[in-house]
Ligand binder design. Sequence first.
Ligand code: FPP
Length: 257
Amino acid sequence: MQPATLPHHVAIVMDGNGRWATQRFLPRIAGHKKGVDALRTCVRYCGERGVRVLTVFAFSSENWNRPAEEVSGLMDLLVLAIAREIPPLVAEGVRIHFVGDRSVLGERLQASLAQAEAQTAHNDRLVFNICFNYGGRWDIAQAAARLAARGEPITEASLHAATALAHVGDPDLLIRTGGEMRLSNFVLWQSAYTELYFSERLWPDFDVAAMDAALAEYARRERRFGRVSDQDAERATPSRLAVAVQAVPEPPRQKFA
Ligand code: FPP
């Protein structure tokens, strides 16, 4: 694949863990555990293919409404995953950022997130943003609140700079697995011109071949960012336009005395 057609930043809504487990008569947390395996494969894939930023939705502001057992299971899974996965991620040049509201998380979890960030801070092969207790609306509101507290004017540029993902460019490609076709409060500010890709596959089954298919589809997209396509721009070059205008017969002029 040509570097020009490779997305620099890929964002993923990893949906379908619960259904994956239910289909196998397993508790939902078993699906999330399998989801961590799929995520490990995905991080490695991105690093190897030359994707520079990967942003995943691991726990949304709304996920607190799930059964208490599933919420605490996800918290435990995060602590466990950090402890187990950091050494290989360091070796692979991955830099981790946790993105979201940490203030409500337990002290042990907060310390673990800070430690993972510190341990990977010198890596630059792949930036890996894990959105945890994150919501797109939360991000826009916290950015606006920060500017207001500093008495700064709210412009597109200042708001953008105050968002929790300001350290990376906007996602080029957003993948959502699990068959639903919505953003569910993920990267709302940052997805204005992001290419969207929806897959029926459940996240634990989203393997290397599925990632290949998503990137191949991205390579076929024409990104216009509100402009006309290159082909149309070519057709409408000034010289051709001038020729076209000259070719239109002028209406008969009225004679005035
Ligand atoms: C959505 O599937 C998935 C989540 C809410 C959690 C995603 C978490 C992981 C993939 C594991 C990695 C996370 C950590 C903590 C490192 P769902 O449960 O909504 O699935 P369903 O739509 O089939 O019910």
